[in-house]
Design a protein around this ligand. Structure first.
Ligand code: NAD
Length: 465
């Protein structure tokens, strides 16, 4: 295992102070400077795509194609999108024209917040760190990055590359475990972006509250799939299983469980089994180069516990090797809603299928739980889709697709309630790290018509208002 060099805890306040000084100097404000940093970030990713994919493979056994598709390319896309559009996004906007205020030239300045902290999880160690860095830089901030210590090879490589490509007065990486993050959280950041579990999010938000620091949280949860029994079952099976096995299910928007009308369960399971054979023609995903490993033995044991406790029937998979951090893609049918696999976000390649009476029961199950980060529906019927979309709540809602919205240009990415708050990517990410500063400048002549506001407040003045 690659060793991750932890940052000396005593240096953390100094790093914060240095970035504050850069920010106060105004260096990060000019758009050309922001673009220079964004170009550097894009080159960092482009020049080192293979090294980064190798590092992720070392940490997660993830196939290079998944890293390119889901982690590295979307990060390059974020840097390029910000580079191309930052001048437009950062432009001061005129407020809507109104008779009462037009003379004061009211405007909205897009101002950077200051020194921001980005804390990221292990599962998409590039996109959730460097993709969001693009937004923070575009907005003109200085940034401390806190990568996950659970992916040491990737976090070490990113730290080395950041110091090689980026201005050290503007972007710094702080590595370490809980003690280092705890030290970071003692400082008065101007914004914190936290991506990770809801358990840790409560710790982050509590610490941020001490300084009244605004926080964007990108969390997880159990993203459901609702099946219309009349849908294209082959298509549904292929896309759902891909969404479940990509990164071995360690994806915040992975389809967590499937709600299918009881009479359609056999058809869905049959299609899933067929897809399974096509994904792993060798027969054993353990020897397949197309399947990742679980990040740690602790997480492997946690997921094993969910499989061991199920009241459903395992139709394929179920094999676990804790030492090798391997969990076979596992499909479980006839899962009741009070099952072990329904207790918490699975975050592994295990797909529970919950038979329901009909779509009404499916909606009721979704609504009885925390709002998920994503909700998926498979149907070719527009009314079925609208019924599900309009009677549920989730960060995003997709029909006949899974996962891909994360990289869809222009769509905000974020949760609602327990799955997170705030929106990211593209212009939405820029906005998250930007303060909308209202300005106006009132000329002297306006007093000729507004002098009624000054005391003494006489009845004549009141009558003229
Ligand atoms: P995690 O919460 O364990 O860790 C995330 C970060 O928090 C890491 O950098 C870690 O060092 C830090 N951390 C851990 N414990 C801490 C503590 N006690 N105090 C301060 N900092 C601490 O999350 P994870 O296991 O790396 O990631 C999985 C979770 O992240 C899942 O719940 C998943 O759904 C969620 N996630 C959400 C998104 C999204 O965009 N919404 C994306 C990816 C993952």
């Amino acid at each position: 295992m690659t060793r991750l060099e932890y940052t000396n805890i005593d240096n953390v306040p100094k790093i914060h102070a240095e970035l504050k000084e850069t920010f106060r100097s105004g260096k990060t404000r000019p758009v050309p400077f922001r673009k220079e940093q964004l170009a550097q970030l894009a080159w960092l990713l482009k020049d080192n795509t293979d090294r980064i994919a190798d590092a992720i493979h070392t940490d997660l056994g993830r196939p290079a194609i998944e890293s390119d598709l889901l982690d590295i390319n979307p990060s390059i896309g974020e840097a390029k999108d910000a580079y191309d559009n930052v001048a437009k996004w950062a432009k001061t906007e005129k407020a809507r024209w109104t008779f009462n205020f037009f003379a004061m030239r009211p405007k909205i300045r897009k101002e950077p917040k200051g020194v921001v902290l980005i804390i990221s999880p292990f599962n998409f160690p590039v996109l959730l760190l460097l993709g969001h860095l693009a937004s923070a830089l575009a907005a003109g901030n200085t940034v401390v990055l806190k990568p996950s210590e659970l992916v040491p090879a990737t976090s070490q490589l990113i730290s080395d590359l950041i110091s090689q490509y980026m201005d050290p007065g503007v972007v710094r990486v702080v590595n370490g475990d809980v003690s280092v993050t705890t030290k970071l959280l003692e400082l008065p950041w101007d914004h914190i972006l936290y991506t990770g579990s809801s358990r840790v999010a409560k710790i982050i938000c509590t610490a941020a509250a001490k300084h009244l620091t605004p926080v964007t949280t990108e969390l997880g949860g159990k993203s459901p799939v609702i099946i219309d029994p009349k849908c294209d079952m082959k298509l549904a099976a292929r896309r759902i299983l891909w969404g479940k096995i990509a990164n071995a299910g360690q994806t915040c928007v992975a389809p967590d469980y499937v709600l299918v009308p009881r009479e359609a369960q056999d058809a869905l399971v049959n299609e899933l089994m067929e897809v399974y054979q096509t994904f792993y023609p060798e027969g054993d995903p353990a020897t397949s180069a197309s399947f990742s490993r679980i990040v740690s033995q602790a997480h492997t044991t946690r997921i094993k516990r969910l499989i061991d406790g199920t009241k459903g029937t395992v139709v394929v998979g179920g094999t676990v090797d804790v030492e090798k951090r391997y969990i076979a893609p596992t499909i479980i049918r006839d899962v009741p809603v009070d099952d072990s696999t329904m207790d918490e976000e699975i975050f592994g390649p295990v797909l529970p299928i919950v038979p329901v009476r009909d779509v009404e029961e499916a909606i009721q199950i979704v609504n009885s739980r925390d709002h998920p980060l994503s909700l998926y529906v498979f149907t070719q019927d527009a009314a079925f889709k609208e019924n599900v979309f309009s009677r549920t709540q989730s960060g995003a809602a997709l029909a006949n697709e899974v996962l891909v919205h994360v990289g869809a240009t222009g769509l905000p990415f974020g949760g609602i309630g327990p799955s997170g708050s705030g929106s990211l990517t593209g212009k939405h990410g820029f906005d998250a790290f930007t303060h909308l500063r209202s300005t106006l400048d009132n000329p002297k002549w306006v007093d000729a018509i507004m002098k009624g506001r000054y005391p003494p407040y006489t009845p004549e003045k009141l009558a003229r208002l």
